[in-house]
Write a protein that binds this ligand. Sequence first.
Ligand SMILES: Cc1cc2nc3c(=O)[nH]c(=O)nc-3n(C[C@H](O)[C@H](O)[C@H](O)COP(=O)(O)O)c2cc1C
Length: 462
Amino acid sequence: MNWAKDLARSVKNILDMSRRSRSVSPSSRTTKRQKVDHLTKESFKNGIFLAPMVRSGCLPTRLFALKHGATLVWGPEMVDKAMLHAKREVDPVTGVISYNGVSRAIFTTHPIEKPYLVFQLGSADPELAVQAAKVVQQDISGIDLNCGCPKPFSTHAGMGAALLTNPDLLCSILTALRAAMPPEITVTAKIRLLPSQEDTLKLVERIVNTGISALTVHCRTRNMRDKNPAVIERLREIVDFVDKMGKGIAVTENGDCEGWEDSKRVRKVTGASSVMIARGAESNPSCFSETPLVDVEKTLMPAYLRLCKYLDNHWSLTKFCVTQFKGKRVEATKAESTELRQKIAKAKSFDDMAKVAAPWTGEDEMKAIIQAIEENNPKDRRLLPSQFLGDNAPPDEDEEGIPEYSSQEPIPNYFTPEHTQNPEPPSLRAPHLPNNFERLVLPPSEPPTPTQTLKPSLTASP
Ligand SMILES: Cc1cc2nc3c(=O)[nH]c(=O)nc-3n(C[C@H](O)[C@H](O)[C@H](O)COP(=O)(O)O)c2cc1C
């Protein structure tokens, strides 16, 4: 059982480290650590990130993503009000930190992911956003504002994609967060495209001027469904625009990037510094690796189940995540895969999966994750700078499926298909709502585009 002691020691070291990093007179080792641990604008460049995902982006998924090559990980959106009264508890054995609501943990994290963890907030109020950020500040490295969720539970409260058409509010939240957070906590934003490119650029200019450290653009408009291809061709102009603003802000592409290999295509088309992956990682959290796991039924699923049990991840959440896993079959047969999936579908608790995952040594999985992260700092795992991808050159002829793009060509206006607003019901993925949700509902007539006056430089631009 030496490894168990090693693991306990490792967790204790991490907890000590995070405690020490807040002390007033750090040792020279801690000073060095602090420098490395804090996120900066540079940390968001040439990276491959795990996207925020309610449910699917839970702690075990984030840890697997970090083990398998993600540079940084975003937590699932948490609504500001839900965090305000959350009670923080630390599991002394595993080191898991839980922020508990009335009846359940609403957010869990672990000190090993802190240097790479961006916490995503849903908010429509600068003061509440700041209060919520202060609650979790000690366990995270960055705060991201969700300005893209199109679902009614978000938009009716003025949060998510509703902020895209309320730029004054959006920017006031970012400004308040930047002013309230210590410099070592980055503030970032994740937006969607507006229907017109010009309005998108106007909005981006305002957002970048709030002092954020990085910007993610989900290349769909508010009304587009996930099944509509992301219009990544629109991003290059945005990337160039932000670059010309000269603030050293990286733009991250989000939308339809499937993994490490596919990131080359996406960055070549868009010129984006980094990519952020959601559904690709939901299917296979090792997609960040140059050699993602295959035969997920034999490799990923048992290990994931073991880790979830060890971390005390809720069974229904675990079941949901495991059910999403898909991957190339190399040695596993179709019959084996089907049998396992049927077992999972019927399982009502971890015990029902004992035969698949036993022996239940999730500590081994945790130990391997800690070791992988300590030996290979995720922040050092970078993609080739996009100039080496020849992003101004037309895509290679032999690379199928890469849309032709030339920055000289006019960019088409991608209007949202009609009758496609808020395609998915606010069902399982709904985050914890504020108690006074009803009172926060905004009037339906939001202005269609940002209204703020712009600097002349922008009005004259493309
Ligand atoms: C299960 C699920 C949950 C999501 N939850 C969030 C969220 O909490 N915050 C957010 O900004 N976007 C959320 N998204 C959107 C993704 O972050 C991402 O923008 C979108 O899926 C497009 O990326 P993709 O094409 O790589 O999937 C979610 C997406 C999925 C599939």
